[in-house]
Design a protein around this ligand. Sequence first.
Ligand SMILES: Cc1ncc(C[n+]2csc(CCOP(=O)(O)OP(=O)(O)O)c2C)c(N)n1
Length: 588
Amino acid sequence: MVTLVATTETSAPTQVATRTMTGGALACEALLASGVTTLFGYPGGAALPFYRELMRYPGLHHVLVRHEQNAAHAADGYARTTGRVGVCVATSGPGATNLLTGLATAYMDCVPVVALTGQVARAAIGTQAFQEVDVLGMVGPITKGAFQLRSPEEIPEVFGRAFRLAAEGRPGPVLIDFPKDVQLAQVEVDDALPDLSPPRADTALSGAAEFSLEQAAALLRGAERPVLIAGHGVSMANASGELLAFAEASGVPVGMTLLGLGSFPEDHPQALGMVGMHGTVQANLAMHHADLVIGVGMRFDDRVVGRPKDFAPEAHIVHIDVDPKAFGRVVRADVPVLADARAALSGLAARAEFRERPAWWARLRDWSAAHDGCGLVDSESAPADELPTTPEVVRALRRVLGGSAIVVSDIGQHQMFVALHHGFSRPNQMLTSGGLGTMGYALPAAMGVKTAQPGRPVWAVVGDGGFQMSAAELSTLVASKLQVKVLVVNNQCLGMVRQWQELFYDNVYSHSLLPQPSFEALAKAHGCWATTVNRRDELEHALHEAALHPGPTVVDVRVPVEETVYPMVPAGSVPGEVRCVDAIDTAF
Ligand SMILES: Cc1ncc(C[n+]2csc(CCOP(=O)(O)OP(=O)(O)O)c2C)c(N)n1
């Protein structure tokens, strides 16, 4: 159909071609206009009109997952690795509720995701219809916003707003609830939709931010014991180059949060490693004894800070973040800088003055030496027929991959061992659920990463507990030909829970020992190549074989049950109380 529209009173009518289509088809077009090429999802009754149309759009590649939570995690992994908005789809009711943990995970870690949920028809909303759930009511605290489409005409505008909202400022998830009758309704639209993709963020420094940076630079010039802590915001803002330039121009030592790992090269002489509950001795002590802490793109969350009132007692705190709500949430911000990390770091680099601070570096070196003696097994002299330790497994992975892989870690002891012993040199080389700590995250998130980066090796490192939460996705790997490599660090227990029970709950191992199936047999049943490692001397060969195998693989590595992750800052302590030995007697 063609409509004639007079653009001005005097001009001749212009021909505007319009088409009639369903709301479901228009949503597909809106996704394309938003720059989407890949969706992760799972169909059901209230989403079927949309799924019917999806088959007509070959530009939209849909990965069929085995559980909706994993669709959200996959979209999250896709978004973290590309910097673009990830998209997941679910039906109404249980499909929508299954998404929630994935959305909360993305919310805590500032990951831009748009979730599309089917909903019962408009007239049935509020009637307790089959598979009706008030998803808008549920996602308020775990999304940046949620929309319910009330008519097909709204689709382009709502999609445009949703993608913009997900990407702008502090990124995060946004939900679009899509009633079934709106998916089915006919709508007339212009021939081509406008570009709905999120605009590039305006990262120019405001006058206020420039002023705060002056104050920060003056504090740094006068500081004897400064430390900079880089968080996820640095990699999200593509600010690693600016961080390196500023660090080298000023001589400031650099620690990283769990999600900041890789934003500063781990082998750089100014790198201190990770801060926080299982961070390095030197990074934690540096924060505690500093006279200036500069936090960039990080939240000063409780795992980093410990007791807020006693955090960095002698330091001025400069806090750089794009989210004004981050300032003062946990610790005081003496100098808040509301700015994009990249712009702020280049602003600081331009004002930097190099200082050597030999006394501070001497202390940092002593602390690094203390850290190096902390919790490592000398595998050279250890018996070849014994189980390898988890630090050895992580270091072997690093050796075999030569640091080229993207590592997606699950939650628990193995996660902290990965953070401490792998070493990361590129932003977003290590992905994990930092804020929510969601077990089951790694395997589906790795699917999202591999979908976006088919040419890169992608390894999911998981505990035997977390693996059992998302192992069904092995079928997705096989069906979707995704060469994700899974490394199960198998200590036959919920290791991190066991560690806390040992240290703080009188060695009462209540429900933390985990009977499990043969992971090798399970993986093979899904169609993956799989092997089991029971001895130290089998480890590297197994990892090599898995790396070379042209398909998804599972390597199940048995490690000792009784490992403990050190260093540790017990909860309720401050980073200055970091411990390196089995001598934690703090009561909870
Ligand atoms: C969904 C979810 N449930 C429970 C927890 C609490 N939790 C944190 S670590 C952990 C144990 C993880 O065990 P495993 O996956 O085997 O890894 P390990 O600690 O042994 O390396 C548990 C239960 C969690 N983080 N996420």
